[in-house]
Ligand binder design. Sequence first.
Ligand code: FAD
Ligand code: FES
Ligand code: FES
Length: 491
Amino acid sequence: MTTRPIRFVHRGAIVEVADAPPTTSVLNWLRESARCTGTKEGCNEGDCGACTVMVGELAGDRVEWRTVNACIQFLPTLDGKALRTVEDLPADHPAPQAMVACHGSQCGFCTPGFVVSLAASYEQHLAAGTSPTRRGLADALAGNLCRCTGYRPILDAGEAMFQAPACLPDTGATVAALRALQGDPPLNYAARNPATGATDTFDAPRTLDALAAQVAALPQATILAGSTDIGLWANKQMRPMPALIHVGAVAELRHIREADGVLHIGAGASLESAWAALAGHRPELREMGLRFASPPVRHVGTLGGNLANGSPIGDSAPVLMALDASLVLRHGDVERRLPLDGFYLDYMKNQRHPGELLVRIEVPLPAPGERLRAYKLSKRFDCDISALACGLRVTLDGDTVREARFAFGGMAATVKRARATETAVTGQPWTEATLLAAQAALSQDFQPLTDPRGSAGYRMRSVRALLHRFWLETRPHDPLPASATQVWSAA
Ligand SMILES: Cc1cc2nc3c(=O)[nH]c(=O)nc-3n(C[C@H](O)[C@H](O)[C@H](O)COP(=O)(O)OP(=O)(O)OC[C@H]3O[C@@H](n4cnc5c(N)ncnc54)[C@H](O)[C@@H]3O)c2cc1C
Ligand code: FES
Ligand code: FES
């Protein structure tokens, strides 16, 4: 198969890279090859935001920029796109100007990342004719950590940007260069890996048929989506990945649509758009979506990647299991559908066969009588992995529970339904006596482990408390408003 270089736009011009190993991070390319050292490396795992850059794609006649963590993005994923860093912002851009004016920087290590996140937020709001609340700014900055300045002056800077004269950088050259790249064939990239001496490959088919055929033909290849998990395999585990097949160039895989009472979410839809679609029908899920990682991770991370990864503490599986979601898997031309409940077999093991691709997640739309909540407990409110996450749903007929689905992450080796607890409430009046029976049944469902995120005792007490909270918020008589049960809210 003929290979070609990676081609992307940087500073208004097309850049070609032909010799970097496919798992070279965008950050390493910037700092070591392009000598653009304004973008910093902190954690090298997507957590701190020091490496935040913007990646742009054509949307009609303009560029849509999204923040990403350069440390966990592989360079070939830039193919056909544009890259913009803190050094590419004009000196009079309101984001850096406001950071200076509001004393938003001390040691300055985090500052380039903050400036890029602020600039992205500024430009999105300016284009939409809106301005963010202080809380909205804090959400936009949830992926940026500062250890010395404190967030008050940084948020002040975020507000001050919008008082400066409007400034939208000219992207004419970038648009023209992105248009020129649209004529390129799909990326088949290969380069020597100096660590092994072998040639590693990176393929990015553009149609679902071609992608499915390639995954079936190369079952040992690593399927790469947003690389927010896989980026860490490369950076932290030094795991060899000699053949990568990227799903990100297949537009069809990102589609989200509704048909026959079901929300169909393409496996390649970003976490940001997938959670927006879910919360569009079920506003109760909005806070869980905002607390899922951070904007740069949600912009590229996919719902399919989160479910295929199968972490016992992943945030979407408990919610989607409570919603009775199904997965559509494809091997070559053949599709099969299976319930998410039952997909996970054991720790990080699932029913996906080698050569099979996850193509779609199907989520039934809300039925009358549905009461739903999703709760997440973690040590930090923003951008932290869950100690415990759950999706809790009952369907009421008057005061009686017709159906119950309680799914928990962080309580076992896989995300799992609490079947004994569900049985304890089904057909019963949704009263405090039923709640007490359900809380007692939880110990039949789970014997959690102690780990650095929480002890077994903490986990058991927490799930009982969360079930209590769920009952208080959904009981038929006098349900408590969210304001009465939340100590801190992102929504
Ligand atoms: C800073 C940070 C914070 C995070 N916070 C959270 C959090 O709050 N909650 C949470 O649940 N997760 C969190 N994560 C984990 C991660 O973001 C998610 O698991 C994400 O959804 C993975 O999606 P991806 O597209 O990046 O997958 P990738 O990293 O590309 O792939 C992950 C796995 O899925 C497989 N895969 C991907 N797509 C497909 C497909 N279509 N078919 C078959 N297999 C496929 C890959 O082969 C791989 O095994 C966080 C990660 C980081 C770096
Ligand atoms: S270096 Fe910390 S997020 Fe990339
Ligand atoms: S200014 Fe030092 S870490 Fe933010």
